[in-house]
Design a protein around this ligand. Structure first.
Ligand code: SF4
Length: 113
């Protein structure tokens, strides 16, 4: 069922956001992405899920379209790794403290490169 976000239907926004994903850092990584998401899905704890997602999240954090990707993922209620987040039905899953520290270090590294 379509909902409205402001004056625009969420389906129109999702189409617009996904159309803008050209230049995605994960282009050509379908197999790695699927395998990574299977590992995330199989994780029994939040810590395991974020550990399994670490390689994919590192790709996201170097991606030029991360904000648009996250908008698309939220609107599509995506479950998996997208937009620099581990998502369940389009909602970011909270990262364990250790993962937050590691991602912060990744961002500092990317910013200094
Ligand atoms: S943010 Fe991540 S999932 Fe989204 S397009 Fe970029 S690399 Fe791919």
């Amino acid at each position: 069922m379509s909902q409205r976000v402001g004056n625009i239907s969420d389906r129109v926004l999702a189409r617009t956001a996904s159309a803008a994903l050209r230049g995605a850092a994960c282009t050509g990584m379908r197999r790695e992405w699927d395998n990574g998401e299977i590992d995330v899905e199989a994780a029994r704890t939040r810590q395991e899920a974020w550990s399994a997602a670490a390689d994919l999240l590192a790709v996201c954090h170097g991606c030029d379209v991360v904000a648009r990707c996250l908008l698309w993922a939220e609107l599509e209620r995506y479950t998996g790794v997208a937009g620099g987040q581990v998502l369940a039905n389009g909602k970011p899953r909270r990262a364990p403290v250790a993962a937050n520290r590691r991602l912060g270090a990744d961002r500092e590294l990317a910013a200094s490169a």
